[in-house]
Unconditional design. Structure first.
Length: 324
DNA sequence: AACGCGACCTGCGAGC
DNA sequence: TGCTCGCAGGTCGCGT
């Protein structure tokens, strides 16, 4: 489900619920959700219990919570004070269907509940943070925080730390990140020998864009997904990046306004999809831009990278050899 | 470096 | 009704 706007909605929601609270106990109901935690469920739970959540930070679609030992915890006897334990974080990736929900203890377990974290009491706030995931493409795991020279995780974190989760250090900044550099993006884009959509989906080049927003951005910029990246003019690259930024900003606003319940809802932007998508899922339906110009051009659906791509055959013509 | 593909999973709707 | 098929917004790792 989630692309950048959905993950950011979750992050913003989570911050207010979990920052400063201590994880008191962990239930792993399905170890498959910890696939990326190599040391197994016992190690996962053992390291989390007693840890305090410092913040909720995002890079692309990766979300993590830097952790600290609770003050007063005895230091591990085998560790000298001058050699403190490395900084760690609880990492979450939502995959296709993951959700992070704040729930009161008396709410029955969700059908696809995978991991439950109990948190220290904090006023009327729900006690549990639940990871629910139908398809299990997402997951939780612990990762170290390593120094970065690029100014921290960025994203829209409120208190960026000069550390980044190791497992997210290969992820580029996203177009909404204030430190995103278009010049650097364009330089790397031009150096690639690939198609434009493949590049937009490459989280190491620009992050946060998934299949839906890629199609929406390409439609808005009137560019075809197969356009060779080494032929893109600066103005065209700027157009598609601005389009991605616009589409994701709108989705974020829609998700943000519908976020008002006791839990953090990954589906915050689902209403947005119905109303505002111009390309994705609109096979056979008339292109709205062409319709406004008095033409009827039904959108095409094609297989590309083992998934569906939606384009208008008239205003996003497929590049032909040497001519576009 | 870039690609195409399979792997990882469950569930839903369409069609027979 | 029950079966199969295709489809779903992500990422990783392999062989070429």
């Amino acid at each position: 489900m989630p692309e950048l706007p959905e993950v950011e909605v979750v992050r913003r929601g989570l911050v207010s619920w979990v920052r400063g609270r201590t994880i008191t106990s962990v239930d792993v109901l399905d170890p498959r959700s910890l696939r990326r935690h190599a040391l197994g469920p016992e190690d996962f739970a053992g390291n989390l219990e007693g840890a305090r959540v410092l913040d909720v930070v995002r890079r692309g679609k990766f979300l993590w919570m830097p952790l600290a030992d609770t003050p007063g915890d005895p230091a591990p006897h085998n560790q000298a004070p001058h050699n403190p334990a490395p900084a760690v974080a609880l990492m979450a990736h939502l995959g296709m269907s993951g959700q992070l929900l704040m729930q009161d203890a008396r709410v029955p377990d969700e059908k696809h509940l995978k991991v439950r974290l109990r948190l220290s009491a904090a006023g009327d706030m729900p006690e549990q943070l639940r990871f629910v995931d139908q398809r299990i493409f997402g997951g939780l795991f612990l990762t170290s925080l390593i120094p970065t020279d690029d100014g921290g995780p960025g994203g829209l974190a409120e208190t960026p730390l000069p550390l980044i989760a190791e497992e997210a250090s290969h992820i580029a900044r996203d177009p909404l990140d204030p430190h995103f550099s278009f010049d650097a993006f364009y330089r790397r884009l031009r150096a690639r020998k690939t198609g434009l959509k493949r590049a937009l989906l490459d989280q190491g080049l620009v992050s946060g864009i998934g299949n839906i927003y890629a199609d929406e951005a390409l439609w808005k910029a009137q560019l075809h997904y197969a356009r060779p990246t080494d032929t893109l003019r600066r103005a065209e690259a700027l157009r598609v990046l601005d389009a991605a930024r616009d589409v994701m900003t709108d989705a974020l606003a829609a998700g943000g306004t519908s976020f008002d319940s006791l839990y953090v809802n990954v589906n915050g932007a689902s209403g947005y999809f119905e109303r505002s998508l111009n390309a994705y899922g609109r096979e056979g339906l008339p292109c709205r831009r062409c319709a406004a110009a008095g033409r009827v051009s039904p959108l095409l659906r094609e297989q590309f990278m083992n998934r569906s791509s939606y384009t208008c055959p008239v205003c996003q013509p497929r590049p032909r050899n040497g001519r576009w």
